[in-house]
Write a protein that binds this ligand. Structure first.
Ligand code: AMP
Length: 511
């Protein structure tokens, strides 16, 4: 028998088995009216009302519904309900500039756009056929009095979500995730992290980023309560861990650095000691951070590795029973590796040191970009663009990046995109954008600039020029002026040479 693996399963099961359970705890303070505490029965009812509302607007199966929002119950609801009706959810990074959001809405062909009220004025110019705020206007879209039209033929290979991600091209690419991709990721992730209806999950990851690693589906499927947090703040994370009895969270190393900082000034026992398990990825966490999480917070440290293109789960590193005998430093060293393949993942490293993967979580393709899709999936393996090694025990360690991408605070920044913007300043003759090591952000976007003859420009002017054109987190945080940039005989800028001085003494050239 073959039953299609679709995202419908997760919320349907939550409603069937855990109707009275607290499903979502919304952010209490936000510009849109908070939904407060919602049962899974109510989440499912609201999901159907949203589907019926989209029916009324004439949004058909396969059509895209875009949303740009901070974490919220409504965004989570949308990720659960939109694909379940055969439509495609397009969650967009809320930090992007108006021009960047317009590009994504246009490229995805979304006829419906939902915008967080806090972003409404800065994104005024983004046009879509139907545009709603994610507060009262969203509520008016819901139709509780009619049943939605069911998805005519649920198909596991249909596209469920498109997540735009910055890579090696100047424009972001739309990662097409199928229902099957999301299903396999959610279930495998849940198994490896042993989640159950006793867990309380807090969304410390941005939900737009790879659909919050698909964990909203996992948690709904097992009836675990999901707590929304809108802005990352170390002390607030600790308070909510305490208040809601949180047991699981996920995020980039920068999130845990913020928690460690807050914990240092925390009065009394750290909430969640010996209860919380955290899942870390996005960048290789320093082993010092791992040891501190275990010692100062008493939280279990888990690492995964993956990409938006892989839903994301490829590898997992859990503290194994065998690690209990080890001293703290040795344990941290083991846990600083990216991990072993998740069930159903095959990994290899090719002759140039690039990590390749095969898995049911690998993307169908990039939206309307057959060339990029063919390149990423060449020879039947997904090319991660990451450099790594696999040891005898099957543990992968990510050591460098083959692709020209900077990862800062867990978000990808395309060097080429930033170079284009810096270069558009009239006083800039040449520019190279690289990542340099940074305690807080992992890597710091840094522009090395050669000033055009007879021109003058300051670091602040270049940074302001970028901030006016692209998302703030992509703008260089540091600008250094040079007389020339290292080049090959053929004139190509040698980025590895430019990086060298900044990374001297460290084992790898990424953080
Ligand atoms: P994204 O698609 O934005 O989630 O970014 C994926 C990229 O993040 C990967 O290609 C890696 O470069 C990096 N990454 C994710 N997890 C890890 C990890 N555990 N260690 C090192 N780098 C990681």
């Amino acid at each position: 028998m073959r039953v299609p693996l679709t995202t419908q399963d997760f919320l349907s099961r939550a409603e069937l088995v855990y109707a009275d359970r607290l499903g979502i705890v919304d952010e209490p303070s936000q510009p849109a009216p908070s939904l407060g505490e919602v049962s899974y029965r109510e989440v499912a009812r609201r999901g159907r009302a949203l589907q019926a509302g989209l029916d009324e607007l004439g949004i058909g199966e396969g059509e895209r519904v875009a949303i740009v929002s901070h974490n919220s119950a409504r965004l989570l609801e949308l990720l659960l309900a939109v694909p379940s009706s055969g439509r495609v959810a397009v969650p967009i990074n809320f930090r992007l500039s108006q021009e960047e959001v317009s590009y994504i809405v246009g490229h995805s062909g979304a006829r419906v756009l939902l915008v967080d009220p806090e972003l409404d004025s800065s994104l005024k110019g983004v046009e879509a056929e139907h545009r709603f705020g994610t507060g009262e206007e969203y509520e008016q879209l819901l139709r509780f009095d009619t049943e939605p039209r069911p998805w005519s033929e649920p198909d596991e290979d249909a596209t469920a979500t498109i997540n735009y991600t910055s890579g090696t091209t100047a424009r972001p690419k739309g990662v097409q995730m199928t229902h099957r991709n999301l299903w396999v990721n959610a279930v495998t992730f849940g198994m490896h992290m042993q989640v159950s209806d006793r867990d309380v999950y807090m969304h410390t990851l941005p939900m737009f980023h790879c659909n919050g690693w698909g964990l909203g589906y996992t948690m709904a499927g097992v009836g675990a309560t999901q707590v929304v947090i809108r802005k990352i703040d170390g002390a607030e994370i600790l308070r909510r861990v305490d208040r809601h009895g949180v047991t699981v969270m996920a995020g980039a190393p920068a999130v845990w650095n913020a928690v460690l900082e807050a914990a240092a000034n925390w009065d009394g026992e750290i909430p969640g000691r010996d209860r919380v398990r955290i899942i870390v990825a996005g960048a290789a966490p320093p082993s010092k951070t791992i040891a501190r999480v275990e010692a100062e917070l008493g939280w279990e440290f888990n690492q995964i590795y993956g990409l938006t293109e892989t839903a994301p789960l490829l590898t997992i590193n859990r503290p194994r029973a065998e690690y209990e005998q080890l001293d703290a430093d040795e344990r941290a060293k083991r846990l600083s590796r990216a991990g072993v393949p998740a069930l159903g993942t095959r990994l290899q490293v090719n002759e140039s040191g690039e990590v390749l993967a095969r898995s049911n979580t690998v993307l169908a393709g990039y939206w309307q970009n057959p060339d990029a899709s063919a390149e990423a999936l060449e020879d039947g393996w997904f090319h991660t663009g990451d450099g790594g090694t696999i040891d005898d025990g099957g543990y992968l360690t990510i050591s460098d990046r083959k692709k020209d991408v900077i990862i800062t605070g867990g978000e990808n920044v395309s060097s080429i995109e930033v170079e284009d913007v810096v270069f558009s300043h009239p006083a800039v003759a040449e520019v190279a954008v690289i990542g340099i090591p940074d305690e807080k952000w992992g890597e710091l976007v840094t522009a090395l600039v050669v000033v055009a003859e007879g021109q003058q420009v300051t670091e602040d002017e270049i940074i302001a020029h970028c901030k006016a054109r692209i998302a703030g987190y992509k703008a260089p945080k540091r600008v250094e002026f040079r007389d020339e940039l290292a080049r090959t005989a053929t004139g190509k800028i040698q980025k590895f040479k430019l990086r060298e001085t900044f990374w001297a003494g460290s084992e790898r050239q990424i953080n």
